[in-house]
Each structure stands twice: as C-alpha cells, then as structure tokens.
Design a protein around this ligand. Structure first.
Ligand code: NAP
Length: 252
C-alpha cells in the first residue's frame, strides 16, 4: 500500500487523479490537499480523505506529507479575466494579487518539494506544461506572469532535490474522453515541429492516467517529458505504459 498526497485536488486534472487513485484501493491510500472545503464537498460529496492547506504557507503542508511515499503536484496559478469585458471582446487575462505564477508555480511548488523532502517522500510526480523553452510563448505574456518560466524553474528545483521525480509536461488540456494513444517527447519538439495531422493536445483524463501509471512503473522514475495524444482516429489507447516511459529521458 502506497500513501499518496495529491495537491490541487479540486483542480480539473487533480480531481481526476484523486478519483483514479481511489479506484485502486488495494494499492493506494490517497489524501487530497485543497484550499476550499466548499469545492471539495461539491466535487466529492464529503471532506473525508482531504486535508486543507495553502501551498504558499509551508506550515500547512508539513503534517500532510508525514508517512507518505508519493506526492502528486497538480497546483497551478490560474489566469482570470481582468475587469469587465465588452460583448464580443476577448477578456484581458491576469492573476489575482498574491497568486502570481512566481508565488504559486515557483515558491508554491518549492514549498511542496521541501516539505516532501523533510517528510522522506520517495517520489514526486509533477504535472507541468509544454512551452517552457520559449520565453515568448503566449502563456508567458499573460499578466506579465511568465508562468511557463516559473514552472520550469520549479521543475529544475525538483530535479536537483534528490527525490525521485516524474515530470509530465502536458500539451493543451482538453476535457474530452481519455484512452487515447499517447506520444512523449522533449524540449517542446511537438510545438516546434508538430507531427503531421496531430494537434498538440491531451485529454485531462489521459494525463491523470499517466500520473497513476507513473506512481506504479519504476521506468517512470527520474524522467521528464512532454505529453500529447493522437486524435480519435481509432488507433487505440496506450496500454503499455512501461514501453511509453521507456521512451522518456532523465533531466530537464
Ligand atoms: P486547474 O484546474 O487550474 O487546477 C489548479 C489547482 O491548483 C486548483 O485545485 C487550485 O485550487 C490549486 N491551487 C492554486 N493555488 C493554490 C494555493 N495557493 N494553495 C493550494 N492550492 C492551490 O488545473 P488543470 O487545468 O487541471 O491543469 C493541471 C496542470 O496542467 C497545471 O499545472 C496547468 O498549468 C498544466 N497545464 C495546463 C494546460 C491547459 O491547457 N490549461 C496545458 C498544459 C499544462 P482551487 O480549486 O481552490 O482554485
């Protein structure tokens, strides 16, 4: 039995990971970390199996990780529309005060990694985003937040922490059914040279499955990779995750 903490457990991918891990009750004991009791109740009908904390406040993370073997980091700064938008206009996006990517995606992740190290956690699975090699990527321009730059700095911090890591840099997340054929790469190769006829997207359900498999498969340890999926062309779901992880490599 592995004790796993999932942060960002009320998030769109984090909540799927909690549900998937709970389905494997003979293998995993899962605790979700969230900041909103209301959201947990709305998503899970109960707060059982959850603890409440804020990744900006290291003291709220310590107890959660004691006795855990694995940590799944699924927290992220969330861009929101700034002010009112006229009909037909695209909203200007920014980050709420105190929730800039530097605070959430760098220091917030760092606090989680530090707490995990102090608690003796063996393995951290971190979900990040493709695009981090390009300072001019449009996500970096939102609210002058440089979100992908800060996410990448946190990935580097994790790699240097000495804890076993799996870093999954997802392509554009979509809320379509999972079970697609998955493709792994590195260094934004899919963004720079998209494979013919394939969009650089991946269903959140498939990202959640890759997180679960990464906790199970030794081949996923100390690897960082980009992740996209093939379309629904009938090519079939990825079944062999050992083979998928064998195509991935260590280091940033
Ligand atoms: P999401 O729904 O935006 O969830 C983010 C989670 O972080 C939420 O549960 C949020 O809590 C939590 N959080 C934020 N600040 C926190 C704080 N101070 N303390 C505790 N929790 C905090 O995530 P997602 O869209 O599933 O994305 C998952 C990951 O994939 C993210 O790292 C994202 O950047 C990355 N990604 C996204 C895309 C995309 O297309 N959107 C593409 C590639 C990669 P609340 O629920 O309370 O707000």
């Amino acid at each position: 039995m592995k004790n796993i903490v999932v942060t960002g457990a009320t998030g769109r991918t984090g909540s799927l990971v909690v549900k998937k891990l709970r389905q494997r009750q003979n293998t995993f004991e899962v605790v979700g970390l969230a900041r909103s009791q209301e959201k947990v109740e709305a998503l899970f009908n109960s707060t059982e199996g959850f603890i409440f904390g804020d990744i900006r406040e290291p003291d709220t993370l310590k107890d959660a990780l004691v006795g855990c073997q694995g940590l799944v980091i699924l927290t992220s700064a969330i861009p929101r529309p700034k002010g009112d938008t006229k009909p037909g206009e695209r909203p200007e996006l920014g980050f709420p005060m105190g929730e800039m990517p530097e605070q959430i995606d760098y220091y917030g992740q760092k606090h989680q990694i530090d707490a995990a190290k102090s608690a003796g956690v063996e393995h951290i699975v971190l979900v990040g985003s493709m695009g981090g090699t390009d300072p001019n990527h449009f996500l970096n321009t939102i609210g002058e937040g440089k979100i992908l730059i800060w996410k990448r700095k946190a990935e580097e911090y994790l790699i240097n922490s000495g804890i076993n890591y799996t870093i999954i840099r997802a392509g554009g997340l979509i809320d379509e059914p999972g079970d697609r054929e998955l493709l792994v790469g590195k260094n934004d190769q899919f963004l720079n040279n998209p494979p013919d006829g394939i969009k650089t997207v991946v269903p959140r359900a498939d990202v959640a499955e890759v997180v679960v498999q990464a906790l199970l498969e030794p081949e996923a340890r100390n690897k960082a990779f980009d992740l996209i999926s093939k379309g629904e062309d009938g090519s079939g779901a990825t079944q062999n995750f050992t083979r998928l992880f064998a195509q991935t490599t260590p280091g940033l």
